[in-house]
Design a protein around this ligand. Structure first.
Ligand SMILES: Nc1ncnc2c1ncn2[C@@H]1O[C@H](COP(=O)(O)OP(=O)(O)OP(=O)(O)O)[C@@H](O)[C@H]1O
Length: 268
């Protein structure tokens, strides 16, 4: 396997909404050809974090570097320029248009005469759908698709600008087991194409099935980062719920207990 390099690096990211501290001092590194899953309980800060990476929100403080260069991702257009594409929950489609038109929504190609170039758009849409092996025709009506197929079209849409990173928020939410499995296959295809994926996902079996790294968030902070094959479902669940202490904090607690006198130990 060729060497992975750092694509995106966040350091000390903080974000407040009024009195709510949605993100507190968050550090995150995403490497090339890596699927990073962000998990955590409701309100842990997952969406805020991926919205910042996708350029939808600005942090209050902290630094962001893409391919080693420190910068601001101020807007989706800027994110696209940097090779970051996103698809969020409940993708918006025009129900009266076909798959191709929905893939190009707002980004239609034109020919030399400033007219919409349907032929080129259909060719590109077919290319993207076939690269992902999506069994959906570019000319098919979007209204005729199942929830899983719609989600795969939303993923296909992210590939228009040939991004290096695709950010997904709950890509398998409200899908059946079979549909979820299909969508997970498409996400793995993104990695096979050399892309990285950052995905927020509540569904731990899906996370364990495809992620390379699992980032656990709790109360606006990252409380653990694991290589998927070095952790367990139970450990991640416990970290999400805040019911385990890491080895360092256990050692620290033992050290404090040992240092106390017997009377101090009893009153605690
Ligand atoms: N636009 C906003 N205005 C005010 N508060 C917000 C806003 N967006 C998020 N928050 C708050 O920030 C905190 C983190 O929210 P966020 O949506 O990032 O969490 P999450 O982990 O994605 O949660 P969920 O899994 O429920 O979607 C929550 O307390 C939420 O209420």
């Amino acid at each position: 396997m060729s060497q992975q390099s750092t694509l995106i690096e966040l350091q000390g990211i903080t974000k407040r909404y009024g009195l709510v501290e949605a993100l507190r001092d968050v550090d995150l590194e995403v490497k090339t050809r890596q699927i990073v899953a962000i998990v955590g309980d409701n309100g842990a800060g997952k969406s805020t974090l991926v919205h910042i990476i996708a350029g939808l929100e600005q942090p209050d403080s902290g630094r962001i570097a893409v391919r080693g260069k420190e910068l601001r991702i101020d807007g989706i257009a800027k994110a696209a320029e940097l090779g970051i594409a996103s698809a969020f929950q409940q993708p918006e489609f025009c129900e009266n248009l076909d798959v191709c038109a929905n893939i190009f929504l707002g980004k239609e190609l034109s020919n030399g005469l400033s007219m919409r170039d349907d032929e080129q758009m259909h060719a590109k849409a077919r290319e993207i759908l076939s690269a992902l092996s999506v069994p959906v025709r570019a000319s098919q009506s979007i209204a005729s698709l199942s929830g899983g197929q719609r989600q795969t079209v939303a993923i296909a849409r992210t590939l228009l600008n040939e991004p290096d990173v695709v950010v997904l928020d709950e890509p398998t939410a409200s899908l059946s087991v079979t549909q979820s499995a299909e969508v997970l296959d498409y996400i793995v295809s993104l990695r096979s194409m050399g892309r990285s994926v950052i995905m927020v996902c509540h569904d731990l079996p899906s996370v364990f099935a495809i992620a390379d790294r699992i980032v656990v968030m709790r109360h606006g902070s990252i409380c653990a980062v694991h290589a998927t094959d070095e952790t367990t479902y139970e450990q991640v669940l416990a970290e999400m719920a805040g019911v385990v202490q890491n080895n360092a904090s256990i050692r620290e607690r033992r050290r404090v207990l040992r240092a106390r006198t017997p009377i101090e130990r009893r009153v605690r």
